[in-house]
Design a protein around this ligand. Structure first.
Ligand code: BEZ
Length: 203
């Protein structure tokens, strides 16, 4: 199977980390593509009408998207590992994933606003709204969710780590670690995982 991927995309990183953690990375051929919200990638659009990165194409040609669906698909392939906990921890992990994905959405939109939208069309209040979503998400993690981040690796932890990694990568000026020591300590430890080290964003 092949994965349309961009090394700067936090959602593509999430899929690769899941593949590493599950031990299925060797089954994936990575195809680097340029992802752009206006100049949409035609190769990806041929299999996914919204040209989203990541998109996974199975050997029979079936296109699987978005990152949540791909991660769940990969989890089903792994014989003896899972990043979806059972029981009470399941809901926590899924809500963490939703929060991480939402923070990534806001961070990517903020990046597009600042670097893709023509300067004359930029809207400062809208950009501030996206930055506010990022900050509120990270405040919530620091105040309420450090317990959920503890324990064996889950899809929720992976999504949060990708969000923090992307904010570091594209929005260093937000200086997210200041005032969030618990989250910073968790992220520093999680970043030592081989799956995180193998997927550091670039581009
Ligand atoms: C970025 O360059 O920040 C980026 C690229 C692809 C998807 C999302 C973000």
């Amino acid at each position: 199977m092949k994965l349309f991927y961009a090394a700067a995309s936090p959602f593509a990183r999430k899929v690769l980390i899941v593949a590493h953690e599950l031990g299925v990375i060797d089954r994936i051929e990575i195809v680097d593509v340029v992802a752009h919200p206006v100049d949409q990638n035609q190769e990806v659009m041929a299999v996914n009408p919204v040209a989203k990165i990541p998109t996974l194409v199975l050997d029979d040609g079936t296109a699987v998207f978005d990152s949540r669906v791909i991660c769940a698909y990969l989890d089903g392939l792994a014989a003896d590992a899972s990043v979806y906990p059972q029981g009470e921890a399941h809901l926590d992990a899924m809500v963490l994933q939703a929060l991480g994905d939402a923070a990534m959405d806001a961070a990517v939109l903020l990046r597009y606003e600042q670097f893709v939208r023509p300067e004359a069309l930029r809207w400062a209040e809208w950009a501030d709204g996206q930055a506010n979503k990022i900050n509120k998400s990270l405040d919530d993690l620091e105040a309420n969710r450090l317990d959920s981040l503890a324990g064996p690796v889950t899809i929720g932890q992976i999504a949060i780590a990708c969000a923090l990694g992307y904010v570091d990568f594209r929005h260093g000026s937000l200086d997210w670690p200041t005032g969030r020591p618990g989250l910073k300590a968790w992220y520093d430890a999680f970043s030592e995982r081989p799956s995180m080290r193998a997927t550091v964003p670039s581009g």
